[in-house]
Ligand binder design. Structure first.
Ligand SMILES: Nc1ncnc2c1ncn2[C@@H]1O[C@H](COP(=O)(O)OP(=O)(O)OP(=O)(O)O)[C@@H](O)[C@H]1O
Ligand SMILES: [Mg+2]
Length: 482
């Protein structure tokens, strides 16, 4: 990974520097050439339009030895014309044929080409034209005298520009070489600052992939990689939490299955052993014992039926497939009915049993049968978990736009650490004792689901050995969404 980002960076830098140098070089060289060409033509124009030299040349053209005279004048002015042996020369040409008569470099004069400007001068006009593409520049001026027509010709082979541009090219190439070295070093540095956090991210991602959470990657940078790192940390945290939740849910499910199996096995075992004894020893058994055995079998069957029904109810709650039968009903009447239904059981256990209403209760909206199921469980719990001869009070009233019902007993109470758990499925504070009194630990979990569905709430206050008060509160208007 390091090498790939690094080589990409190097490539980008190299291309950038090459492009930059090429553009700068092209502009520079073109600028130098234009400057030089413009300089040449300005210099020529200034020289020849100056009155002195122009007049002298015209006067010389009338002399018999005109070409030599004119050459003499040009030689005298060679400073002003920038004449230099290797690069710029002057020539006197024949105005008719363009043939070189004399000049500063006679050897070169012999091979002079007839250029566009010479043709112009032969036609009688001044030739100042220039093509930047040519590898020379020239000026041709016609001069007519008594002894004939002549052309003053200045020819420059652009040697200076070529040299200058060659020098420029060398400088640019040098700069390019230095730039390339810097680029390689910079890419190395940049790649390192970019790659290090990516590498630690990759390591962390590998750990997460292997299921190892908890280690977050450090990066406070405000750049994209910093943001990516923080997002990664968040994601890893989220994943860890989700996996933790899944593990917990899985644990709960296992416990639940174990509980169900256990709860069902107990009555099945006892039914089986009672039935076996009945079969084996039917003859030697008196009628009363047989009757007692049969009653145990029926009782255990009922217990199994209740467990299975409760489980079915809970699984429907879980699946969300339970249908509530919402309607208006008298909460007061429900409380009274439940109280009366439990009266006999309470009397059997010699409890001091009472019912009180504080104020008048309104009709409420809800599923009457299920609300009564909640109340029955609250009251039967109080009866079950209070030693005989205890005191149990059921009170109900209205507060704001809710009705409430509290069942208070002075029974065994619930230890502090268990209070939060009594709404869990199969949770019983004292398993042996609850089972003895017929409890499976599903009653409150079902009650909780029902009350939730009504947008109500349940609260328990309890002290071990002192007693328990459990309150259900329900909105008069029923749940908002039903
Ligand atoms: N009034 C109470 N006093 C003391 N303990 C209570 C009281 N009400 C509930 N509990 C404790 O909470 C546990 C859960 O109650 P819950 O009603 O869910 O189950 P249960 O009564 O044992 O069985 P089920 O209601 O399914 O027949 C009980 O087993 C008991 O330990
Ligand atoms: Mg109960």
């Amino acid at each position: 990974m390091t090498r790939s980002i690094y080589s990409k960076l190097v490539a980008i830098f190299l291309v950038l520097i090459l492009a930059l140098m090429a553009v700068v070089g092209a502009f520079l060289m073109r600028g130098v050439r234009n400057f030089y060409i413009n300089g040449f033509y300005t210099q020529m124009q200034e020289a020849f339009s100056g009155a002195v030299m122009a007049d002298d040349l015209r006067a010389a053209a009338d002399e018999p030895d005109a070409a030599a005279h004119m050459a003499e004048i040009l030689r005298a002015n060679s400073g002003q014309l920038g004449i230099s042996a290797g690069e710029r020369n002057y020539f006197i040409l024949d105005g008719e044929t363009g043939e070189c008569l004399t000049g500063s470099d006679p050897a070169a004069g012999a091979h002079l080409e007839i250029t566009r400007n010479i043709l112009t001068a032969m036609g009688g006009s001044e030739g100042y034209a220039s093509d930047p593409g040519d590898d020379y520049m020239d000026v041709a001026l016609p001069i007519r005298g008594e002894s004939g027509s002549y052309i003053i010709y200045i020819f420059d082979n652009k040697g200076t520009v070529t040299d200058l541009n060659a020098e420029l090219f060398r400088i640019i190439a040098e700069a390019l070489a230095v730039g390339l070295v810097i680029a390689v070093l910079l890419s190395l540095l940049l790649a390192k600052t970019m790659v290090t956090p990516i590498q630690s991210l990759t390591k962390a991602a590998e750990k997460v992939a292997a299921g190892k959470f908890g280690e977050s990657v450090e990066n406070d940078a405000r750049d994209e990689i910093g943001v990516l790192t923080r997002t990664f940390n968040d994601m890893a945290g989220q994943l860890e939490r989700n996996i933790e939740d899944l593990k917990n849910a899985e644990q709960l499910r296992r416990e639940f299955v174990a509980n169900v199996s256990h709860e069902l096995r107990t009555p099945v075992t006892s039914i089986r052993s009672y039935a076996e004894t009945l079969c084996d020893a039917a003859d030697s058994m008196d009628a009363a014992t047989r009757q007692r055995f049969l009653e145990v079998i029926v009782g255990e069957s009922d217990r199994m039926t209740k467990i299975v029904q409760d489980l079915l109810t809970l699984s429907k709650f879980d699946a969300g497939s339970i249908d509530f039968d919402f309607g208006m009903f008298s909460f007061e009447k429900s409380v009274k009915d439940v109280y009366n239904a439990q009266l006999l059981e309470a009397q059997k256990r010699r409890h001091n049993f009472g019912l009180e209403f504080t104020g008048e209760l309104p009709e409420i909206r809800g599923d009457r049968a299920r609300i009564e199921q909640v109340l029955i469980n609250m009251l039967s719990n109080a009866i079950k978990y209070t030693p005989d001869g205890g005191r149990i009070r059921m009170t109900a009233g209205v507060k704001d736009d809710c009705v409430w019902c509290t069942v208070r007993d002075n029974g065994i109470g619930i230890p502090k650490q268990d209070i939060d758990h009594v709404f869990e499925r199969f949770y019983r504070v004292d398993k042996a004792r609850s089972r003895e009194s017929g409890g499976t630990g599903l009653g409150l979990s079902i009650a909780y689901e029902i009350v939730q569905r009504h947008d109500g709430k349940m609260e328990i206050h309890s002290q071990k050995g002192k007693g328990t008060a459990i309150t259900v509160t329900l909105p008069v208007g029923g749940p908002a969404d039903a």
